[in-house]
Design a protein around this ligand. Structure first.
Ligand code: COA
Ligand code: AMP
Length: 632
């Protein structure tokens, strides 16, 4: 199969191309209208089609005679639990939970926040919402109450579905105190709080008034059938970091997304129905939505829910154990996970303990993958490691390789070529397309293909200004890139204030807002610096207010604590260095890129717009002293 040909067809005859792809899934009413415009002249897909995502993921396979196939494998080394669910068993629980939601008054178009760990009940909750047209918003379990509050106030959920606790290696993370705090702080009052009691410890003291027990709700409720949903009805909202402190509620449609995921499973991942496919991501991220839940289940793959880490649960062989035990054919993870394994097991000794003969392909995304990690992987695991690129906004890959027929060529350090549907160009600042081998901004000609974002929840202005206003007729990705003469694209990193910490997308602007709120801080800059394991980690540089008497050690401790309390430990901000002045342009803009370069000890050119060059020497001196004291 010729990949370039598929791309060409998808761009030149997009309606016909995607209509054909839409036939690969089952619709209650097949769309007659393939593309149309919303009131803001943004393209929507399959507007008059009707379908149901939960039906595609579960019921359809039962109707086709696969009810006894394992749909979900739950493997939790942190709680020593292991459980499998067939499609029949999954439908039983999901349809009753959906019935429970209906009995609480939830209906199509309402929203529900899901704040849960890596357990099957999270997937059940997502699919129960999808079954009745309730728009879910999954919030990563590692986020602090403040992040939950922002989401509750933005999407005004009618229900919050949670669990009593998550487990981080050996540490139990109680959720209910966090939930209680969030609902106290949120302006929007949530009517229904449903809690799945994991019974890991005696947790009665954590319960508070008005909680609805998940298991009781499921037991007493009648199963409910899949509701016919318009293709453009939002399936979910997923908040992601942007260039301001407030996360953006990326809104996903139903029909376009289902079509794009079915296409991805077949052409990009090359996985056959019935095989086991594992994306080792938390449900709270885009990968978790598309490739731990919806993509594999639409494709009738067995999906794995893994509650653990690539290392220490119990060792760096845990990924290989899972692949071997459940005969995983295709896997997806973030490069940081492979770096963590490589660090613990450089010689690949733990790999040798397992039979990986079923394993065919490893996909990587979420951050740039260094060549050394790819080499280690291929040497020790012996299957191709395929980098590919996408964003929460797209919901499915935009760069990658079509691996269906195994006729593809990997280019080291490249995230691949444009995926069908994505007309990708590299622009300079003025919107001129750059020649091969020149670095510029990665943009995509509109319309975006099915499955890409519908917009930002209740904020069309921000949608326009974040993505559509930079270059007329193009989507602005926020990433820098270079295309080579063969059409392979190399991502060079974000061009905005977004950073990737261990595959987690975070906003340095949000961190700056928190750091600046400290009463002793006059101004600050938070930048992402290079890190061998996590790719990037945030680093704060602060200027104290005149007359402030706080010590440098204390301000650092307080800033670290504030970030953990507001965003969560996952932000990994561990350093806050006090300086006398920040480098700025003559017009007063902080030169963050310069600070980052100095912290990374990279070569730099003195910016022509700098106000006072002497600050560079001051900061370099301070970095040396700081590193000597902190031994890093
Ligand atoms: N709930 C509560 N806390 C969480 C959490 C969760 N779901 N996830 C992470 N945290 C906490 C950790 O406990 C840790 O806290 P600590 O500072 O008190 O120790 C902190 O957040 C940082 O966690 P993490 O970034 O996971 O670092 P780590 O050192 O524990 O593990 C890796 C490093 C590389 C193994 C891990 O980050 C990893 O597996 N990353 C892959 C990410 C991924 O799959 N991304 C999806 C995109 S494909
Ligand atoms: P998220 O929305 O969390 O999926 O993060 C998307 C961002 O992660 C992109 O804009 C990129 O900056 C980065 N990213 C994702 N995949 C890759 C990749 N394969 N190579 C380099 N960066 C990537």
């Amino acid at each position: 199969m010729n990949t370039d040909n598929l791309l060409k067809r998808s761009i030149e005859n997009k309606e016909l191309f995607w209509k054909e792809q839409a036939r690969e899934i089952d619709w209650f009413e097949f769309p007659q209208t393939i593309t149309s415009q919303d009131q803001h002249h943004y393209t929507q897909w399959f507007a008059d089609g009707k379908l149901n995502m939960c039906y595609l993921c579960i019921d359809k396979h039962i109707e086709d005679g696969f009810g006894d196939q394992i749909a979900i494998i739950y493997d939790s080394p942190v709680t020593q639990q292991n459980k499998k669910y067939t499609f029949n068993e999954a439908r039983e629980e999901i349809s009753k939970l959906a019935g429970g939601l209906v009995s609480l008054g939830l209906k199509k178009g309402d929203t529900a926040v899901i704040y849960m760990p890596m357990i099957p009940q999270t997937l059940f909750a997502m699919l129960a919402c999808a079954r009745i047209g309730v728009i879910h918003n999954v919030v990563f379990g590692g986020f602090a109450p403040h992040e939950l509050v922002v989401r509750i106030d933005d999407c005004k959920p009618k229900a919050l579905i949670t669990a009593t606790a998550g487990v981080e290696i050996v540490k139990r993370i109680p959720y209910l105190p966090l939930v209680e705090k969030a609902i106290e702080l949120a302006q929007n009052k949530v009517e229904n709080i449903i809690v799945f009691n994991r019974k890991l410890v005696d947790n009665q003291h954590e319960m508070f008034e008005g909680l609805i027990d998940y298991e009781e709700l499921v037991q007493k409720s009648e199963a409910t059938e899949c509701v016919a949903i318009e293709s453009t009805h939002p399936l979910y909202l997923l908040y992601t970091s942007g260039t301001t402190g407030k996360p953006k509620g990326i809104t996903r449609d139903t029909g376009g997304y289902a079509t794009a995921l079915k296409f991805s499973m077949k052409y990009i991942y090359g996985v056959e129905p019935g095989e086991t496919y594992w994306a080792a991501s938390d449900f709270g991220w885009a990968v978790g939505h598309s490739f731990s839940v919806y993509g594999p289940l639409i494709n009738r793959n067995t999906t794995v829910i893994f509650e653990g880490k690539p290392i220490m649960t119990p060792d760096a062989g845990t990924f290989w154990r899972i692949i071997s035990e459940y005969k995983v054919s295709v896997m997806f993870t973030a490069p940081t996970a492979i770096r963590a394994i490589k660090k613990e097991d450089p010689g690949g000794e733990l790999v040798k303990k397992y039979d990986l003969s079923h394993f065919r392909k490893q996909f990587l995304a979420g951050e740039r993958c260094d060549v050394a990690t790819l080499d280690w992987f291929e040497e020790h695991i012996g299957v191709p490691a395929i980098d590919h690129w996408w964003q929460t906004e797209s919901g499915w890959p935009m760069l990658g390789l079509m691996t269906l027929d195994d006729n593809y060529t990997i280019k080291r350090a490249s995230a691949g070529k444009p995926i069908p549907g994505y007309d990708i160009k590299i622009f300079d600042e003025n919107g001129y397309e750059l020649d091969a081998n020149h670095e510029g901004y990665l943009v995509i000609k509109l319309p975006l293909p099915p499955g890409a974002l519908l917009g930002i929840w209740n904020d069309n202005e921000r949608f326009q200004s974040s993505y559509l206003s930079q270059y007329n007729g193009y989507y602005f990705s926020g990433d820098g890139a270079i295309k080579d003469e063969d059409g392979y694209i190399f991502i060079t990193g974000r061009v905005d204030d977004v950073i990737n910490v261990a595959g987690h997308r975070l906003s340095t602007s949000e961190m700056e807002e928190i750091v600046s709120a400290h009463p002793d801080v006059a101004e600050c800059a938070v930048v992402g610096i290079d890190d061998d394991l996590k790719g990037q980690i945030p680093f704060a540089t602060v200027v104290l207010k005149n007359g402030s008497v706080i010590s440098e050690e204390d301000i650092e401790k307080e800033i670290v604590k504030n970030i953990r309390e507001k965003i969560g430990a996952v932000a990994c901000l561990k350093n806050a260095m006090t300086v006398k002045r920040l480098p700025k342009t003559r017009s007063g803009k902080i030169l963050r890129k310069l600070i980052r370069t100095l912290l990374d000890k990279k070569d730099f050119q003195i910016p022509s717009t700098i106000d006072d060059e002497r600050i560079i020497g001051e900061i370099q001196q301070k970095i040396m002293e700081y590193r000597a004291e902190n031994k890093n």
